[in-house]
Ligand binder design. Structure first.
Ligand code: ADP
Ligand code: MG
Length: 256
């Protein structure tokens, strides 16, 4: 049975998509069966997994509107070693179209149940908002992975997300918990980043992943080749860190 995780943070540009595709590729590399779900109408995680969002016949949009199943809409990214339930601009319309339908926040959850045995991990890339799309992600998941940069306002932004997760936990999804905070784009030469990193650890303790993802230009270059860094340049420091993170995830989940 698949373990399902949302990669969420309501801020844009904090590394959600980079984390999603590289963790997916890292997990695939250590032998896990992975489905990557793109819930962002920008479709960056789709493109970054080698799947052309403009050529999708079916996407996560069809799954949310129940005009297709995940088994019909998923595609395999041969290069990356995982399956992709893609997204494109069409998904922006789902927000409005779902307003009046029943079980609107549970559509993705119900669809995932039917493919749960096909995977060890499902990773959901969320858009930078606390919208109906993100809510569908949070309702589906066992846990949330929060990528964050160690900057001055990082902790402040976290409060909104933590409150949303608490509300979803209380009202819609008893399973939901923050699995961990992942420090990304980390530059150890910057004193402030070290300080914020220490604050995070003292404040959130075990919830901060041991693995730290460094700022690494190869991770930023990889999407223009339609690949996660882990596949594009496996030897790069950032790629190695993501494989290490994949191993940490597998180990953490092995423990009761
Ligand atoms: P989000 O999905 O939260 O909007 P992205 O994953 O798209 O964020 O990342 C924002 C930008 O930062 C992208 O251009 C991406 O390539 C770059 N980036 C992300 N992580 C790293 C990293 N560890 N090192 C260097 N650049 C990174
Ligand atoms: Mg993104």
């Amino acid at each position: 049975m698949a373990r399902i995780f949302c990669i969420a943070n309501q801020k844009g540009g904090v590394g959600k998509t980079t984390t999603t595709v590289n963790l997916a590729a890292g997990l695939a590399k250590v032998g896990q069966r992975v489905l990557m779900v793109d819930l962002d109408p920008q479709g960056n995680a789709t493109m970054g997994s080698g799947v052309d969002k403009r050529q999708l016949e079916l996407s996560v949009y069809d799954v949310l509107l129940e005009t297709a199943t995940i088994a019909q809409a998923r595609v395999t990214s041969e290069k990356c070693g995982y399956d992709v339930l893609g997204a494109n601009r069409e998904l922006a319309g789902a927000e409005v179209e779902l307003v009046d339908v029943e079980r609107r926040e549970k559509r993705l959850k119900e669809a995932l149940v039917r493919v749960a045995d096909d995977y060890d991990f499902v990773l959901i890339d969320c858009p930078p908002s606390l919208s109906m799309l993100t809510l569908n992600g949070l309702c589906s998941a066992h846990g949330v992975i929060v990528p964050m940069q160690c900057e001055y306002f990082a902790l402040e932004g976290l409060t909104d997300l933590v409150n949303t997760i608490k509300q979803v936990h209380a009202n819609l999804n008893k399973d939901l918990a923050i699995i961990g905070l992942l420090r990304v784009m980390f530059d150890p030469r910057i004193t402030l980043q070290q300080q914020v990193s220490e604050q995070l650890k003292s404040h959130f303790g075990e919830k901060v992943f041991n693995t730290v993802i460094p700022r690494n230009v190869r991770l930023a270059e990889a999407p223009s080749y339609g690949l996660p860094g882990v596949v594009f340049d496996p030897a790069a420091k950032g790629s190695q860190a993501f494989v290490e993170f994949a191993q940490e995830m597998v180990e953490r989940l092995g423990k009761p």
